[in-house]
Design a protein around this ligand. Structure first.
Ligand code: S3P
Length: 434
């Protein structure tokens, strides 16, 4: 098993960049696969989750080339997708399972979708319900439709779907399923989830409109292959930004980060806490805004985090909770019950991780209260969750002395080069095999 040994207390200084955005990489490959002609993707995240996307598309008959620089997806266009001969293995990628189920449902094929032990605990009823309403046959294990799931697609009806959760995975699944249907597929959300699918569908030529929390796709869509430049992943940059904020004496710039407003909740949280975080001038990478982020060690206030901020920071709550340990008063996180069904139960795993580093954390059904205090070195487990592993490493850098995070291979699902980037900034992090 791979572990990381961290000798904390050293200031972090310098400039780094982060790999491509995971959400956008998945979508670029999936839309490219069904478009007419070639889609050329630069900045594609070569993390395990997105490599699973390329492998699954291969099983569906999509030809993909990778010269190490650019990924070229040869879209199937009017040929459609082939029925896969083997179950599609999404590995650890919940986004892939949910988006792929929608994509498969749009075609007259049957596919079985499966993944690792964490995926097999993640509820798929949230996509099975709308897909069945559209006319697909979807089955899974037990009441919550756990993977492996079977999807038989075909001639789907467009629907208006009021999603009970603010989830871009659910919204995207329904939109992808509606791509070949005649008429308007509409999704209405209870809160603002990330809108990369909508932006990218428009770029590929689909007729799609966003109005507040409603999104409307008019099908059938004829997608045309194109070039996609994937910006740096703000969910990865989040670890550097919080490290720069909480590790004494630090000052960090993260270059080329996607700053789509549906993803910048962590920056808003840190700003409200009083952190010295600034964004450089914003440029465009296709449909997505991009900027450099700068941060420096800051005195932080305790705040309340909830409501619409939660979906805009959903993957950053564990690392935001670490920042809260360094505030001068308690921080209360609410409305975040979705964290219970991520790669791990992130309310439980975050509370347990931070408690090991000496913080006092009360877990609630839909969030947690973090009482600040000094961080001491600790030995912790990742629970197989990449974001918990990386939060543990940053906590180790903030605590003076030697810490250890066990079972860290999972970091590669979203952030290959995480340790190397930290070393560039002056961190003392060593990889060991136990
Ligand atoms: C994602 C959506 C979010 C997020 C996940 C990526 C996406 O999940 O947590 O890491 O790319 O659509 P939910 O849609 O379940 O909120």
């Amino acid at each position: 098993m791979k572990s990381l040994v961290i000798r904390g207390g050293r200031p972090l200084r310098g400039t780094v960049s982060v790999p491509g955005d995971k959400s956008i990489s998945h979508r670029a490959a999936l839309l490219g696969a069904i478009a007419d002609g070639e889609t050329r993707i630069t900045g594609f995240l070569r993390g395990e989750d997105c490599l699973s996307t390329l492998r699954c598309l291969g099983e569906l008959g999509v030809a993909i080339e990778d010269d190490g620089e650019e990924i070229v997806v040869h879209g199937r266009g009017s040929e459609g997708l082939d029925a896969p001969k083997v179950p599609l293995d999404v590995g650890n990628a919940g986004t892939l399972m949910r988006l792929l189920a929608g994509l498969v449902a749009a075609y007259p094929i049957q596919a079985t979708l499966d993944g690792d032990s964490s995926i097999r605990r993640r509820p798929m009823d949230r996509i099975a319900i709308p897909l069945r309403t559209m006319g697909a046959e979807v089955s899974g294990q037990g009441e919550r439709c756990l993977p492996p799931i079977s999807v038989q697609g075909g001639d789907l009806q467009p629907i208006t779907y009021r999603s009970p959760v603010a989830s871009a995975q659910v919204k995207s699944c329904v939109l992808l399923a509606g791509l070949r249907s005649e008429g308007v597929t509409r999704v209405i959300e209870p809160g603002p989830s990330r809108d990369h699918t909508e932006r990218m569908l428009a770029g590929f030529g689909a007729r799609i409109e966003q109005r507040g929390l409603t999104c409307e796709l008019t099908g059938p869509a004829e997608l045309v292959g194109r070039s996609v430049r994937v910006p740096g992943d703000i969910s990865s940059a989040a670890f550097h930004v919080v490290a720069g904020t909480v590790v004494e004496g630090s000052s960090i710039t993260v270059e080329g980060v996607g700053v789509n407003p549906t993803r910048t909740g962590l920056l808003d949280i840190l700003e409200e806490m009083g952190a010295l975080v600034t964004r450089g001038p914003v440029s465009q990478a296709d449909a997505e805004p991009v900027a450099d982020l700068r941060c420096a060690t800051s005195a932080l206030r305790g705040i309340g985090i909830g409501g619409d901020l939660i979906p805009r920071a959903i993957d950053e709550i564990p690392i935001a909770a670490l920042a809260a340990c360094r505030a001068e008063a308690a921080t209360v996180i609410r409305d975040a019950a979705e964290l219970r069904v991520k790669e791990s139960d992130r309310i439980a795993t975050t509370a347990c991780l931070l408690a090991a580093f000496g913080a006092r954390v009360e877990a609630h059904e839909d969030g947690m209260t973090i009482h600040p205090g000094p961080l001491r070195p600790a030995e912790v487990e990742s629970e197989g969750d990449h974001r918990i592993a990386m939060t543990g490493v940053i906590a180790g850098l903030a605590a003076e002395g030697e810490s250890r995070v066990r079972d860290t291979a999972c970091i590669d699902t979203s952030f290959p080069g995480f340790v190397e980037g930290l070393r560039t900034l002056g961190a003392d992090v060593e990889e060991v095999t136990e």
